[in-house]
Design a protein around this ligand. Structure first.
Ligand code: NI
Ligand code: MN
Length: 242
């Protein structure tokens, strides 16, 4: 209890946020007492077999796009927790049709003031077809502005000039970027992305899950360091103060 209170005070003073990596692009963070989950893909992820998907808590589930490796556990967690699914209109309605009745649809360029902070849905260059072949609209990322800090969850994306728009309106504390290459940005483009969005701290995602996206951790960290950017590569289930 004392420890929790101390952590809370420290996180306010240092303006850091405890971020937990649950494998692939699945990220968990608590902001102003709300439990926020991104792109849950745990039960099909062989590397995340030590994570109990039915123990993950969530008030909100943010979904960046429609691919299986981002939506696999959304319905299961949403139905158990009653979490609000936040995604583009097509994906929100797809889950609503499955009986996930708490949802908040967004679309590109739009922002909304939630009870933990403000979120803007921003562009990503990728695709977004849902597992059953239905249209998952266009893929996106999320820019969070909160009293505990500001960050960018990029989703699956290529490096894109649109990223330069983000720091025009938001001073970010860190970014959560894909680094695995092949399906998304690789390390070199992620460094450029970090520079476009003007962050010095990056949490890596979308690496190592499949053979196509294996990353040399030491080399990735060293390359970011050469650009004066701190890259955090967490093991599955590990947390970092960002
Ligand atoms: Ni994808
Ligand atoms: Mn993906």
């Amino acid at each position: 209890m004392v420890h929790d209170a101390l952590n809370f005070v420290v996180s306010i003073i240092l303006s850091t946020m405890k971020v937990t990596f649950l494998g692939h692009a699945t990220i968990y963070v608590e902001i102003n007492g709300k439990k926020i989950l991104f792109d849950p893909f745990v039960s099909p992820n062989e590397l995340a077999k030590d994570i109990d998907v039915d123990a993950i808590e969530a008030d909100y589930i943010f979904v960046s796009h429609g691919h299986e490796d981002h939506v696999a556990d959304v319905e299961r967690i949403a139905k158990r927790t009653g979490a609000t699914i936040v995604s583009n209109f097509e994906i929100a309605m797809w889950f609503n049709a499955k009986g996930c009745t708490n949802y908040h649809p967004m679309n590109h360029g739009g922002k909304w003031k939630f009870d933990f902070g403000t979120v803007k849905y921003v562009n990503a260059v990728h695709s977004s077809t849902l597992p059953d072949g239905k249209s998952g609209g266009n893929p996106g990322g999320f820019v969070f502005e909160t009293s505990q800090g500001n960050f960018y969850y990029a989703g699956d994306t290529a490096l894109t000039m649109d990223m330069k728009l983000i720091p025009l309106s938001t001073k970010l504390d860190f970014a959560i970027l894909p680094i695995g290459d092949n399906f998304t940005m690789g390390v070199d483009d992620a460094i450029q992305a970090a520079q476009f969005v003007q962050v010095e701290k990056v949490l890596a995602m979308h690496f190592d899950t499949f053979g196509f996206i294996r990353v040399d951790h030491k080399q990735a960290i060293a390359k970011f360091r050469e650009a004066d950017i701190q890259l955090t590569l967490l093991g599955i289930g590990e947390s970092a103060e960002m």
